[in-house]
Design a protein around this ligand. Structure first.
Ligand code: UDP
Ligand code: MG
Length: 322
């Protein structure tokens, strides 16, 4: 879509916006979130849809969202269980029909006041506009350091550039949505995929708000899992580095072997070295287990992919047929 066309759509309030909102135990937020979101969208356009994905919530999120859907243009996809945020977003993008999609959390951590700016940047020709957090102060130091380490490692060992502190809060043009939907893989690391597809992108800084209600579902365990998914989905270096390490270790042992033979020939076979053997055996045993473990990590992912199970199971779809 040309820039002129985009501008025209915006001026006529005719741009079709799909808002994709993943929900997991957000009963305490939906009743205030959807009305506020609608108010913001109404100012921007006359044509919009809200796609709410219930990711197997255990509270009253579905009931409350369905009640709101009577008054607001909300479409609901309810998963049969919790499949995770990445999968919820995937379902949202696969089921939205807008010219643009805006992905936003339901806990008010992503400021709604940014949406007009997202759209303005889209009209100026950006195909992807993403929010970047100014501060992570509301997160624990350990989470913050962990995140920094992850971004550093990803930059080192993958070919994609994932912008620091950018999340799922973003606007995607139809081109980008279609590109995202063309991925066949079922294990999805969204941050990596956004970077992988490319397109003209712009970062917009914002201050993360405190969660208004409920609590974050991302503990350290889940974050670690996500990080490993990110690394194994976008890098084969952990798999291949062992070839290099093996080469170096073999080289060292060869040199050491030559040394031992020489010493034995010159001075006889009076070689102590019991401790060094133990150390070498344990070290190499550890290295081997580690490398097998990492190989297992990749094989497990191949296993998941070849099974070709559906990415998610929808228990209930509401509002899509009208
Ligand atoms: N979410 C989800 N599935 C999950 C976990 C979270 O759909 O398994 C949703 C959640 O309802 C929220 C968004 O993803 O709208 C972000 O989750 P959360 O606030 O827990 O993460 P944080 O803001 O701490 O990164
Ligand atoms: Mg949150």
């Amino acid at each position: 879509m040309s820039i002129n066309h985009r501008l025209q759509l915006i001026q006529n309030k005719a741009v079709f916006i799909s808002c994709v909102v993943p929900l997991y135990n957000e009963a305490a937020n939906v009743e205030s979130f959807f009305p506020e979101l609608t108010a913001v969208l109404q100012k921007l356009t006359d044509k919009y849809e809200i796609i709410a994905i219930d990711d197997g919530s255990k509270d009253k999120t579905i009931e409350k969202t369905l009640a709101l859907a009577e008054r607001y243009p909300i479409k609901l996809i309810a998963f049969s269980r919790n499949f995770g945020k990445e999968t919820a977003l995937t379902a949202g993008l696969e089921n939205c029909s807008g010219d643009v999609a805006i992905i936003i959390d339901a806990d008010f951590q992503h400021p709604l006041t940014l949406l007009p700016e997202f759209l303005k940047n889209w009209a100026e020709g950006y195909d992807m506009v993403y929010g970047v957090r100014n501060n992570r102060n509301n997160e624990s130091a350990i989470k913050r350091n962990f995140a920094n380490l992850f971004y550093w490692l990803m930059a080192k060992i993958t070919k994609i550039t994932i912008p620091n502190n950018a999340g799922d809060f973003r606007l995607l043009d139809r081109k980008v949505i279609d590109a995202m939907n063309s991925f066949k893989e079922s294990t999805r690391f969204m941050k990596g995929l956004y970077a992988w597809v490319g397109f003209k992108s712009l970062a917009v800084p914002f201050d993360v708000q405190e969660r208004t209600a409920g609590k974050s579902s991302w503990g350290l365990g889940r974050l670690t899992e996500l990080a490993i998914t990110g690394i194994t989905s976008f890098s084969d270096i952990p798999l291949r580095v062992w070839g290099f390490i093996g080469f170096i270790v073999s080289l060292i042992s060869l040199i050491y072997a030559i040394y031992i033979v020489t010493v034995t020939l010159l001075f006889g076979a009076d070689l102590p070295g019991f401790p060094s053997i133990i150390v070498a055996v344990m070290f190499l045993g550890g290295v081997q287990l580690l490398s097998i473990g990492i190989m297992g990590e990749y094989i497990a992912r191949i296993f998941t992919e070849v099974k070709q199970r559906p990415k998610y199971i929808i228990e209930k779809k509401y509002g899509f047929d009208q």
